[in-house]
Design a protein around this ligand. Structure first.
Ligand code: NAP
Length: 248
C-alpha cells in the first residue's frame, strides 16, 4: 500500500521541513505550494534523490476548487494517511483599525477557511465511517492564538484561534473513526514568514522575549509533526501542543 502525506505549503519553511522528513519516513509526499514552483521542485528533488517519492501540486488553499484538485491528485497516488494542514500567511505589522477588509479576508481565507476545507477532505478519505483506514491530521496553529498578536496582526491571531477550536472539535468528532486531529502552536520559528511583517530582523528582535532565548527551527517543528503522525502518539487527539521555547 502506498501511504500518502499531503503537506499544504510544503515548498518552504515548516512545511518543507515536514515534507522532507515524511519523504524519508517512506510516505509519498504531495508537496502543495501556491506560487514558488522552484522551491516546491527543490523539495521534490531532495526527497526523490534520496530514494523517496514526492510530487509537487500547485494550488491556493483559499480556493475550494484548488483544494479539491489537490486531493484528487493525491487520490491517484495511493491512500491518504497524513495531512499536514500547514499553509499559512501573515501580513504587515498593523493594528486592527489600520487594516483593510481585503487583508482580513485574505488571512482568514488562507489560514482558516483553507485549513477547514482541507481537513474536511482528509476526513472524507481517512475516516472508517467513509471506508477509510484512519490517519493523522496536523493543523498549524500559532502562539498568536494564545497571545493574540496585539499591534502585530490580531486577524492572524484570530485565524489561528479558529484552528485551535477546529482541532478540539474535529478531534472529538472523528476520534472513534481512526482519525487523530492535533495542532502545533509554534512560537518564533526562523522562516521567511516573518519578512511579511515588514519588521526588519524580527526573529532576532524577539529572542529576549523567548524563555529559551533563541528562535526555533523548522526542523524542530517538523519533529513534532512527525511524532503526531506516528503511532508513538496513538492516544493523542484533539491536542494543541506549543513548540515555542517556553513562550506559551
Ligand atoms: P513560510 O516559510 O512563509 O512558508 C509558507 C508556505 O505556505 C509556502 O510553502 C507557501 O507556498 C505556502 N502558501 C502560502 N499561501 C498559500 C496558499 N494560499 N495556498 C497554498 N500554499 C500557500 O511560512 P512558515 O513560517 O513555514 O509557516 C508555516 C505555518 O506555520 C503557517 O501556517 C504559519 O502561520 C505557521 N506558524 C509559523 C510560525 C513561524 O514563526 N514561522 C509561528 C507560528 C505559526 P509558496 O512557496 O508557493 O509561496
Amino acid at each position: 500500500m502506498t501511504n500518502i502525506a499531503i503537506v499544504t505549503g510544503g515548498s518552504r519553511g515548516i512545511g518543507r521541513a515536514a515534507a522532507l522528513k515524511l519523504g524519508a519516513a517512506g510516505y509519498t509526499v504531495v508537496v502543495n505550494y501556491t506560487s514558488n514552483a522552484a522551491a516546491a521542485d527543490e523539495v521534490v528533488t531532495s526527497i526523490t534523490s534520496k530514494g523517496g517519492k514526492a510530487t509537487a501540486v500547485k494550488g491556493d488553499v483559499s480556493k475550494e476548487a484548488d483544494i479539491l484538485a489537490l486531493f484528487a491528485a493525491a487520490d491517484k497516488l495511493g491512500t491518504l494517511k497524513v495531512l499536514v494542514n500547514n499553509a499559512g500567511v501573515m501580513d504587515q505589522q498593523n493594528r486592527l483599525d489600520e487594516m483593510t477588509t481585503d487583508r482580513i479576508r485574505r488571512i482568514l481565507d488562507i489560514n482558516t477557511f483553507g485549513s477547514i476545507i482541507c481537513a474536511r477532505e482528509a476526513v472524507k478519505r481517512m475516516s472508517t465511517k467513509h471506508g477509510g483506514q484512519g490517519g493523522s491530521i496536523v493543523n498549524m496553529s500559532s502562539a498568536a492564538a494564545y497571545h493574540g498578536a496585539p499591534g502585530l496582526g490580531v486577524e492572524y491571531g484570530a485565524s489561528k484561534g479558529a484552528i485551535d477550536v477546529l482541532t478540539i472539535g474535529l478531534g472529538r468528532e472523528v476520534a472513534a473513526e481512526g482519525v487523530r486531529v492535533n495542532a502545533l502552536r509554534p512560537g518564533i520559528i526562523d522562516t521567511e514568514i516573518h519578512d511579511s511583517s515588514g519588521i526588519k530582523g524580527r526573529v532576532k528582535l524577539m529572542r529576549d522575549a523567548i524563555p529559551m532565548k533563541r528562535e526555533g527551527t523548522a526542523d524542530e517543528v517538523a519533529d513534532a509533526i512527525m511524532w503526531l503522525c506516528s503511532d508513538q502518539s496513538s492516544y493523542v487527539t484533539g491536542s494543541i501542543i506549543p513548540v515555542a521555547g517556553g513562550r506559551c
